[in-house]
Design a binder for this molecule. Structure first.
Ligand SMILES: [Ca+2]
Ligand SMILES: [Ca+2]
Length: 217
């Protein structure tokens, strides 16, 4: 008798369009691996890296549905936020209103990581669209994850992991020339809070700087 083995393949499509379809990830997101780390402990000093700390609420422009608000656990007691349920239901992302424009300067050219100190409400409020040096929403990238209800840092990826792997690039690096830049946040979901933005040097072959609590300038 031959054995008949039935193998059931379950294909899991990554559903990101419908916000209610994702489950909460209770596992804390581990920090990104330290590039070039040879094992053991590394004492990473903020002073060793070109670092720009931005307060979202100090942006040049904050347009509704983004608002400046207060939060006792935010740096400076303030942040920008989008009240939950202000976006029209089922509206396409392009129709969601609101932009935050934050000017900054990079002291030297090179690769930088962009981090958001964010708080998400739930699976329907856990993302924001981010662009650097283009106010075109269509050129923005989505910063999202599944950690809810508390402040923490999220690194913005400018490539999907699949594309990054294909190109042999780290998805998180932004190449910036020395000088002035503008970072834009676009409304993708309501029920979000953004406190600080950290733009930090991302040197190849060295350990990286990983933010933890509130960043000091
Ligand atoms: Ca703040
Ligand atoms: Ca929401």
């Amino acid at each position: 008798m031959k054995k008949i083995v039935v193998v059931a393949l379950i294909f899991c499509a990554g559903v990101y369009a419908g916000c209610g379809k994702r489950r909460e990830n209770k596992t804390p997101v581990p920090p990104a691996p330290l590039a070039g780390a040879g094992g053991g402990m590394h004492l990473i000093q903020a002073a060793d890296f070109e670092r720009v700390v931005l307060e979202a609420e100090a942006a040049r422009e904050v347009t509704p549905e983004f608002l400046v608000g207060e939060d006792a656990e935010a740096s400076g007691g303030k942040c920008v936020w989008i009240p939950d349920k202000v976006n029209p239901k089922e509206a396409p992302p392009e129709s969601r209103k609101g932009r935050v424009s934050i000017d900054f300067a990079a002291a030297k050219g090179g690769r930088y990581a962009v981090w958001l100190r964010r708080k998400w409400l739930d699976g329907c409020g856990n993302s924001v669209s981010v662009a650097v040096d283009t106010a075109e929403r269509s050129e923005s990238v989505l910063a999202e994850d599944g950690t809810y209800g508390r402040w923490g840092w999220l690194e913005v990826a400018h490539l999907s992991s699949a594309v990054a792997e294909k190109l042999g690039k780290d998805p998180h690096g932004f190449d910036l020339a020395a000088g002035k830049h503008t970072l834009y946040l676009f409304n993708n979901e309501d029920g979000i809070w953004i406190d600080q933005i950290l733009v930090v040097e991302f040197p190849e072959g060295r350990e990286r700087y990983i933010p933890e609590g509130i960043e000091k300038p």
